[in-house]
Design a protein around this ligand. Structure first.
Ligand code: FE
Length: 132
């Protein structure tokens, strides 16, 4: 499936910081507790740091105790793509930005909301836009 934001690896390297590139384009993980949005409680929108697509809203963010920003659901189901990930000897569900294919994090079935989902997302994959 064609993505709307399709860039070459060189263009991604120019657009992103090295740390953002490692997470978004190489499926890296920021060390827990280090991300700038882990404890952010402000109202606003979390957009993809790669392409600007609206991904998560502050209203669904909760304190998971994991050290990563955690959400009960994405802004819309269509905003993200879920993919089986068997790396590192675990079977997990990877969460990607549907618009640019950037790696966001993983989703686990132990969340507190009605859907029981915990979207565990790297701060480096997100850009926070406070509600004016
Ligand atoms: Fe994106």
């Amino acid at each position: 499936m064609a993505r709307k934001a399709e860039l070459t690896e060189e263009q991604w390297r120019e657009r992103l910081t090295p740390a953002q590139y490692e997470v978004l384009r190489r499926a890296g993980t920021e060390p827990p507790g280090t991300g700038e949005y882990v404890y952010n409680k402000a109202d606003g929108s979390y957009r993809c740091a790669g392409c600007g697509e609206m991904l998560f809203s502050s209203g669904t963010k909760f304190e998971s105790g994991t050290g990563w920003p955690s959400f009960t659901e994405p802004e819309t189901a269509a905003a993200v793509e879920l993919k089986s990930d068997v790396a590192h000897g675990m079977t997990r569900t990877e969460v990607l930005c549907r618009n640019c294919g950037g790696h966001l994090g993983h989703v686990f079935p132990d969340g507190p909301g009605p859907e029981g989902q915990r979207y565990c997302i790297n701060s480096l994959s997100l850009d926070f836009e406070p509600t004016p």
